[in-house]
Write a protein that binds this ligand. Structure first.
Ligand SMILES: [Zn+2]
Length: 278
C-alpha cells in the first residue's frame, strides 16, 4: 500500500511540475514530463487509475497529506477513526468532503501565523505574500543548495516558517526532480505542503548572475523562494505566471537590478507586479 501511495504522490508531483513549467512558459521538458506522466498513470491498478483520472480532471491536487487531523486539500477536520486508518496505510482512503485521496506524511515545516490587526486595510497583490523584510538585494551563494539555505534561514529569522533546515531539505528534494531554473534568468525554488498559513515568498537578486545548475539556461539573476500550502497550489500557478509575465520583460529585470536596498526592491516589485498579480 505504501508503494501505491508513493506512486500516486510521485505522479501528482510530476503533474504539478508540468503545470509549473507551463505557468512559467518553460517548455523544454514538457515532452519528457508528458511521457513519464502517461507511463505512471498506466502503471496504476485499474481502480486507482479510475479514481486518479476522475479527480485530476477537476484539480491536479488529487492526493493530500493529513495535517493535525485536517484534510490539507479542503481544510475539513477528519474523523479520528479515518485519520487512524490513513496512518495504518490500509487501502486508499478519501476525504469525505472533497473526495481527494489522503495520506499520512512525515511532519513538514509549518507556516507561522502572523497576526493582522482587524483595522488593517485589506492587502492586495504581492503584499499578501511577501514584504520588504523578505527581499535580498544581493544573493551570496554559489550553488542552488546555498541559495535555498539562505532563503530558508531568512524566512525563519523573519518569523514566517518554523524549521529552516527541514524546509531547505524539502526544497532541494524538489529541485532534484527537475531544476526550477527557467528562462529569462529566473529561478523558482519552492516547497509545497507548508501548512498553517498563506503562501509566502522571498525574492533575491544577483548582479553578476548565479550558476544554479541547469547550464543550458545560463546565469540566474532573479530568484523567488516560495512556500506553498497544499490548498494554495492552484493559486501558486497564477503567481508563477504573473511573476514570469513581469520579469520576461528585460526592462523589469533592469529596474529591479538598479535597486540596492530591501525597501527599494520591494517598492519596485509591488509597482511592477500590479498589472500581473491581483
Ligand atoms: Zn478534503
Amino acid at each position: 500500500m505504501e508503494s501505491l501511495i508513493n506512486h500516486i504522490v510521485q505522479l501528482q508531483e510530476l503533474t504539478l511540475i508540468r503545470d509549473e513549467q507551463k505557468a512559467s512558459s518553460h517548455t523544454h521538458h514538457l515532452e519528457q514530463l508528458n511521457k513519464s506522466i502517461a507511463t505512471m498513470t498506466a502503471e496504476l491498478p485499474e481502480e486507482e487509475q479510475a479514481i486518479y483520472t476522475k479527480l485530476s480532471k477537476k484539480d491536479h491536487v488529487v492526493i493530500v497529506p493529513v495535517t493535525d487531523n485536517n484534510c490539507t486539500g479542503c481544510g475539513m477536520k477528519l474523523p479520528i477513526s479515518l485519520v487512524q486508518v490513513v496512518r495504518q496505510k490500509k487501502g486508499v482512503q478519501r476525504c469525505p468532503n472533497c473526495a481527494r485521496i489522503l495520506y499520512s506524511a512525515q511532519s513538514a515545516p509549518k507556516r507561522v501565523i502572523q497576526r493582522v490587526k482587524r483595522s488593517a486595510p485589506r492587502k492586495v497583490g504581492v503584499n499578501r505574500f511577501s514584504s520588504a523584510a523578505l527581499m535580498v538585494p544581493e544573493i551570496e551563494a554559489d550553488s542552488m543548495d546555498d541559495c535555498i539555505k539562505s532563503f530558508a534561514a531568512l524566512m525563519e529569522a523573519e518569523g514566517f516558517i518554523n524549521d529552516a533546515g527541514k524546509l531547505a531539505d524539502l526544497a532541494m528534494a524538489r529541485e532534484s526532480v527537475l531544476s526550477t531554473v527557467v528562462d529569462h534568468g529566473m529561478a523558482f525554488p519552492h516547497v509545497r505542503g507548508v501548512e498553517g498559513g498563506a503562501l509566502a515568498f522571498a525574492m533575491g537578486k544577483s548582479t553578476a548572475g548565479l550558476s544554479l545548475g541547469d547550464k543550458e539556461r545560463g546565469l540566474t539573476h532573479v530568484v523567488f523562494f516560495i512556500v506553498i500550502p497544499t490548498a494554495a497550489s492552484a493559486f501558486y500557478l497564477k503567481l508563477l505566471a504573473g511573476l514570469t509575465e513581469t520579469f520576461r520583460n528585460p526592462e523589469a529585470v533592469e529596474k529591479i537590478m538598479a535597486e540596492t536596498t530591501q525597501a527599494g526592491m520591494w517598492k519596485a516589485l509591488v509597482k511592477m507586479t500590479r498589472p500581473t498579480i491581483k
